[in-house]
Design a binder for this molecule. Structure first.
Ligand code: FRU
Length: 321
């Protein structure tokens, strides 16, 4: 009887060990299987090449991380649509939101509400008001404006008449590019003789430049155009060309963005005198999102660098600033 009992106990013991270790192994296995994350990306519009590039940069960076799934939202340049889309992403319970807001003030509350709902938010390129967001990533628009101003002073020998074609002034890059430019031309005899809000859009810039040309009709009236983005600089060039007096050859056009197939190409073709790079931050957004999702601390603000492209340096990849 005794040996049978001992054998039984031994068997029970081994079965127990097997059970415990299999539970342990499967537990480890679960830990090793990567958690899936859903990121909601709210893009203010996809009508402009720079934003298409931003989404492409995000997509390329995310493709290296199969654990990430992205829900794409395009607000088609409508603020209320973007507000609703952020709310919708919160209701869906995504793990993190990336937003490139159309305007600062109206998107501040939806972002704050997401934070209150426990969803981290990365604000990309254009800012919201206050500090209720997880991380801001973007170029230094004040610096870009200031560098453009200094460039203008050199280009015009310290004196001249400039048309400023602004971006949407309820979005922060336009305000910062304007204020930076004023600092850059400070102390010079450069005058802004005409300025208009062109909402970042080429057709608006073309129309405003046509008005500027009509108001200042003499050959030497306008020396240069400072446009807050390359589409606007291009619109201004086309307006000058369409005027039919050849002024597009005399006026210098400066833009911002420096996409290879846009601003950089215009510089190579001689349409623009210079363009300043405005990085999309798409890759950095994914890198930062992963850190946040894995519980790591990230800086509150991540500011990206710029470079200037002119005819002289364009083939060498521009000049970092
Ligand atoms: C695209 C764009 C860019 C500009 C940026 C500023 O929508 O207008 O041309 O640099 O937005 O946020």
């Amino acid at each position: 009887m005794k040996p049978v009992k001992t054998r039984l106990l031994k068997v029970l013991f081994l079965v127990g060990i097997a059970l415990v270790s299999s539970l342990f192994i499967s537990g480890c296995g679960q830990k090793e299987a990567k958690k899936q994350f859903v990121i909601g990306m709210s893009q203010c519009n996809l009508g402009e090449p720079w934003r298409v590039q931003m989404n492409a940069d995000i997509k390329a960076a995310a493709a290296k991380h199969p654990e990430i799934k992205i829900i794409w939202k395009d607000a088609q340049n409508k603020t209320t649509v973007q507000q609703d889309q952020v709310k919708e992403l919160v209701d869906l319970g995504v793990d993190l939101i990336i937003i490139s807001p159309k305007e600062a003030r109206p998107l501040t509350k939806p972002v704050a509400d997401a934070i209150d709902a426990g969803i981290p938010v990365i604000v990309l390129d254009r800012k919201v008001e206050g500090d209720k967001y997880t991380c801001f990533i973007g170029g230094d628009n004040f610096k870009i404006g200031e560098e453009a101003g200094k460039f203008m002073v050199k280009l015009l020998g310290g004196k001249g008449n400039v048309v400023e074609l602004k971006g949407l002034m309820t979005s922060t890059p336009a305000v910062e590019r304007h204020e930076g430019f004023l600092k850059g031309i400070k102390g010079s005899q450069i005058k802004i003789i005409f300025s208009a809000d062109c909402h970042w859009l080429e057709p608006d810039a073309q129309r405003e430049m046509a008005s500027a040309l009509a108001r200042f009709p003499e050959p030497d009236d306008i020396d240069a155009v400072y446009a807050h983005n390359d589409p606007s600089a291009h619109g201004a060039y086309i307006a000058a060309k369409n005027e039919g007096k050849g002024r597009e050859k005399r006026i210098r056009f400066i833009g911002i963005d420096a996409l290879p197939h846009e601003g950089i190409r215009y510089v190579k073709e001689g349409l623009l005198t210079a363009t300043f790079q405005y990085p999309t931050g798409g890759a950095e957004a994914i890198e930062t999102a992963l850190k946040i999702l894995h519980g790591q601390k990230v800086p509150k603000n991540i500011i990206l660098g710029t470079r200037v492209f002119t005819r002289e340096n364009v083939d060498k990849g521009g000049q970092p600033l």
